[in-house]
Design a protein around this ligand. Sequence first.
Ligand SMILES: Nc1ncnc2c1ncn2[C@@H]1O[C@H](COP(=O)(O)OP(=O)(O)OP(=O)(O)O)[C@@H](O)[C@H]1O
Ligand SMILES: [Mg+2]
Length: 413
Amino acid sequence: MARPAIAIALPDDERQHVVDALREADFEPVAVRRPADLEALLASRHDVAVAILDGESDFDESLEYYEQLHVPGRDIPSLMIVSPRTLDRLAGAAGRAGAHDEYFTRPYSPEALRWRIEAMLIRQMTVDDGSGAVIQSGPLSADNWSRRGQMLGIFNAKGGVGKTTIAVNLAAALVAMGRSVLLVDADTVTGHIASSLGLEQVRTLVDSLSDTSEAGPGATPETLEELVAAHSSGLKVLVLSSSPLKTARLVPETVADAIDRARRSFDVIVVDLHPDYDALNRAMFGRADRILVPVTPDVPALRAAVQLRDVADELGFRAKLALVVNRANSGVSMTDMESTVGMAAFASIRSAGMQLVKAANEGRTVIDLFPSEKVSGDFRALAERVVGVPRPREAGRVSLRGLFGRKESVRVG
Ligand SMILES: Nc1ncnc2c1ncn2[C@@H]1O[C@H](COP(=O)(O)OP(=O)(O)OP(=O)(O)O)[C@@H](O)[C@H]1O
Ligand SMILES: [Mg+2]
């Protein structure tokens, strides 16, 4: 299997040794001499797994390289080569810029650098919280190292407002538009996505983690790609748990990280959440690019959306919220609902009880079964907005403060 490409932006006298060591390990080293080279490289291919940058000579140039690596839809880790003195300075700075960026100190042997690159690739694919069971998020293949799919949470703490209906049909509409989509049933209490799509006996993440830990140390964990169930429409489905009694195995942050890393394998990840504010949901709010908030035209649903808006204000993810008015054609005016919740409607879905019931009976989506019904047009319009509208500002901000030990941030969204 072809190994990925590694971009190398190092001074001339240093570059060749690194190129040789990486080529020896069957990587494809690609020298870049200026930020425009990296821009052209990343525009033309998707198998660049890591970029090796020089963290010493030209701060502005390093920033330009760094921005190229972290634009919306792309998240390529950098390995920043620095002196021990610089590293000391950085150690005092809070946090790091990207979750996967790393440092390497001069002087170094090209061989040691090569092994660090190998470790970075493995880390990109695995989530290990130290508790034993590991989730591996995908195969170490060479394609699409740079993809960073969009992650959408579907949430309102009020039950029955259409979260699951919207999650499933939005996902189906995105598949029909040619996107690769992972639909995650993260409702570990009352989730029923698999059965509503006619998928029987689906292996859940809990099943996989149990089997791995029973098999003992050294067992190779299943990848998320192996675990997902494929629906006839092309949709891939991941179910976290089939029973609320088994969810103790799911460490919220670890699960959220595993779903987050599946961005590499999918264009869009749609996560259907349980109506509560527990730790898993809070972990997902932090990682999602956007949270769709379905509301129905009734006071409890609108009140729950106002509560979510306040919680989001407090926790700093308000800019991610997008209101989706469900059963919109009920007589209550859209403007009234928007002003009650204090958010503009991002999309609306009309009532279509008959079609929804018929589709569920056949284990299909309305998009599949009734593509020309008006409600399918509503789901398609939602899907188009989701992929066509730039992500909210806050979600696209990458702080460079940690990486360069300076108070600075760049807008990448
Ligand atoms: N636009 C719609 N028109 C008609 N019926 C709808 C519509 N949206 C949802 N429903 C119906 O409302 C019920 C609840 O929907 P759904 O299960 O999607 O809500 P939910 O928010 O996921 O609920 P829970 O909080 O229990 O997970 C279902 O029977 C569904 O078919
Ligand atoms: Mg639901």
